[in-house]
Design a protein around this ligand. Sequence first.
Ligand SMILES: O=C(O)[C@H]1O[C@H](OP(=O)(O)OP(=O)(O)OC[C@H]2O[C@@H](n3ccc(=O)[nH]c3=O)[C@H](O)[C@@H]2O)[C@H](O)[C@@H](O)[C@H]1O
Length: 441
Amino acid sequence: MKQMSSSHMDNIPSTPGKFKMEKSPYNHRFRWHYSSLAKLTFWSFVFLGLILVFFYKSPSTTSSSSIPSDLSRRSLKTSSWGGLAWEKRVRSSARIRSRNGFSVLVTGAAGFVGTHVSVALKRRGDGVLGLDNFNDYYDPSLKRARQSLLERSGIFIVEGDINDVALLHKLFEVIPFTHVMHLAAQAGVRYAMENPYSYVNSNIAGFVNLLETCKNANPQPAIVWASSSSVYGLNTKVPFSEKDRTDQPASLYAATKKAGEEIAHTYNHIYGLSLTGLRFFTVYGPWGRPDMAYFFFTRDILKGKSIPIFEAANHGTVARDFTYIDDIVKGCLGALDTAEKSTGSGGKKRGPAQLRVFNLGNTSPVPVSDLVSILERLLKVKAKRLVMKLPRNGDVQFTHANISFARREFGYKPTTDLQTGLKKFVRWYVSYYGSVKKSDQ
Ligand SMILES: O=C(O)[C@H]1O[C@H](OP(=O)(O)OP(=O)(O)OC[C@H]2O[C@@H](n3ccc(=O)[nH]c3=O)[C@H](O)[C@@H]2O)[C@H](O)[C@@H](O)[C@H]1O
């Protein structure tokens, strides 16, 4: 904004050079007054124009957030909320319909995990309100389709951003949420090299905004949020345990999730917020993310395009502990159900509060080349494999979860193997995108 106004001002020729002296002093005075008036009018218009431009460009006139425009370019632009009808929809969506049910704010509700978790919560009678900015990191029409799915279950998704402080404040003013399921994030390991600020904006600034609102809320909600298996970074000891070091992230994505875990510690320590971080291990399934390998491999195999399969040095196997979405949903609900209440109120801590981190994985890593073989069988199409060296852009060679902690705390027990889960994914993929030709996402 500042830049715009100064460059605009630089383009206006300076008036003294243009000022033509008149012989008569009266004339002169008249000309001077006339000129001053014209100048005053002119600058008033410029000023008014700048104000108008500011309000037009501003994402929400009620927002007190001051995120630089490049950081918020994919996030705040869709914000539209407020009004009586809007409030009515919010209340109806968040209404609890079962005894001892929760009222849960689900951020990232139009996302892959967010959609599945929201439906599961609603189904058992909890009140669910979604929040999503519908950004275009991947095809927003898939997010809209998920939104329609949620609407059919009576779940309203507020269109807005976790960086919109005024919006978050308003939501907590309307609904005294008992829980927040925080799944809004900038995901994807490799994209962090392309758009690093998006990770800082969503995974750090957005998370802090949310925690600020939660800490001031009365009552404070308990928060369960999505961390990532990527925090184990370059660790070589497997399976990964929550007790292992997490100080050598291999991507900015991982670093922002790790930062989230430290930030969670701080808000728990200072304000008594109950916080549970879930380290998801490569979640896949129907309604999944098109930026993930299993998803775009399916698309490209069907199209007859070659697919890049990474391998480590000396033909080393690259493998992931792929975890099916239904197992992840069970883990999310288990974490919510065992989350203790926050202990603070109105921004003040009243006692120690719960702080937890859990691995949610499948406990059986599968090489990426085996994933491709399963897809080939399910799709009945031979893949054009292009074996490539694992790029040095954030990928790690291997992930494997130790889940004993989640099993002990809330009986987490994944039951879907990759073959079964991919079968369900492929069935969904074909029904959603129709024929091969139409699968042009
Ligand atoms: O557990 C997590 O915390 C993360 O999981 C997911 O990251 P990843 O495990 O890296 O998933 P994904 O990209 O599907 O690659 C899968 C495999 O295919 C390999 N891979 C990938 C691309 C390619 O072109 N070729 C290839 O072989 C690749 O080397 C890898 O071995 C989420 O995206 C991330 O948001 C985060 O949630």
